[in-house]
Design a protein around this ligand. Structure first.
Ligand code: NAD
Ligand code: UDP
Length: 321
């Protein structure tokens, strides 16, 4: 597919979901690159605290806005990272999750079309569902339940990918489509509900470590710095529009993760087993050949190293002031 190169002089970036975990890292990177950054967020799962230290930066603007409603600004680059990513959060209001994924994406693609901006979509490994191909390549179409409790997110993100491709084919919007695999690190909300934050917070607080199911399901965990480096490199290049998997291709069972966290933190926590939520994918590992080929991507932080950094962060945020 041809890739258009509209931009010779890009310098204003709109980051929707910029007050969230990943979005806040993108805000920081683009300010450091000298760009003007407009951070849009409805603060559903993100917080002002995530970007508090950027508020005094002359090139940073924080706007409370819900992407389900149209937004207009003259920008050169748009990141759509606005959507709750943690299962408990996206399932708490599934209709809103679908609206954010579909109407929100349509609004931001419409803006990209009007102002000629490059548009980068945070898609997800969830579009592969409970995969029948392992590891997952971008060519795999997935195995997704359309009517289950995860569908609002999985199908919402699949529809968002469809919209990106149709805006690209119909209106030549200059898209970049990134399928992000489980990522963790500083600025995750301690009560976010995803597995890495749950296990670390539980261990630090001496609470039981809650494994859902028997813990044999697998995930591949990427430290945030590796992911953000990959996102920026992909959005900066003109060879490919995606979709492109991004993450870390080392694979662990959830039980191995629990044991690793317990070994590092010690304390009195013990592992307890809770029911596995329905449609929980049994296996997940990215095939990263496209990322390796297009941007020379190689994850550099092992789970062992990344967990140490994440533990340090959670120790700091949980410390009573
Ligand atoms: P997050 O929940 O920390 O961040 C999402 C941000 O979007 C929050 O600040 C939230 O307040 C904001 N938001 C939600 N709905 C909105 C709306 N309607 N209008 C405006 N803002 C809204 O999650 P994250 O991990 O930073 O994820 C960011 C993006 O990356 C999401 O699109 C997610 O689907 C995708 N993603 C993340 C992962 C991961 O492992 N972190 C994996 C796959 C995909
Ligand atoms: N999980 C778990 N205990 C927790 C939270 C999650 O065992 O306290 C499991 C969950 O069932 C899934 C895996 O860990 O199999 C990853 O869950 P997460 O919510 O982080 O992301 P997912 O990849 O499922 O979207």
């Amino acid at each position: 597919m041809n890739v258009k190169t509209h931009h010779t002089n890009r310098n204003v970036v709109l980051i929707a979901g910029g007050a969230g975990f990943l979005g806040s890292h993108l805000c920081e990177v683009y300010l450091n690159k000298g760009w003007d950054v407009i951070c849009l967020d409805n603060f559903h799962t993100g917080t002002k605290a995530n970007v508090a230290y950027l508020l005094s930066h002359p090139k940073f603007e924080l706007v409370r806005h819900d992407i389900v409603n149209p937004y207009h600004a003259e920008v050169d680059l748009i990141f759509n990272f606005a959507c709750p990513a943690s299962p408990p959060h996206y399932q708490s209001n599934p209709i809103k999750t679908m609206k954010t994924s579909v109407i929100g994406t349509m609004n931001l693609l419409g803006l990209a079309k009007r102002v000629g901006a490059r548009y980068c979509q945070a898609s997800t490994s969830e579009i592969y569902g409970d995969p029948l191909e392992h590891p997952q390549t971008e060519g795999y179409w997935g195995n997704v339940n359309p009517i289950g409790i995860r569908s609002c997110y999985d199908e919402g993100k699949r529809a968002a990918e469809t919209l990106c491709m149709d805006y690209h084919r119909m209106h030549e919007v200059d898209i970049r489509l990134i399928r992000i695999f489980n990522t963790y690190g500083p600025r995750m909300d301690p009560s976010d509900g995803r597995v890495v934050s749950n296990f670390i917070v539980q261990a630090l607080q001496g609470k039981d470590i809650t494994i859902y199911g028997d813990g044999s399901q697998t995930r591949s965990f990427c430290f945030v710095d590796d992911l953000v480096r990959g996102i920026v490199a992909f959005c900066d290049q003109n060879k490919a529009i995606g979709p492109m998997n991004l993450g870390n291709d080392e694979e662990f069972t959830v039980k191995e993760l629990a044991e690793l966290v317990l070994n590092k933190i010690g304390g009195k926590s013990k592992i307890v087993y809770k029911p596995l939520p329905s449609d929980d994918p049994k296996l997940r590992r990215p095939n990263l050949n496209v990322a390796r080929d297009v941007i020379g991507y190689e994850p550099s932080v092992t789970l062992d190293q990344g967990l140490d950094k994440a533990i340090q962060y959670f120790q700091k945020v949980l410390k009573p002031s």
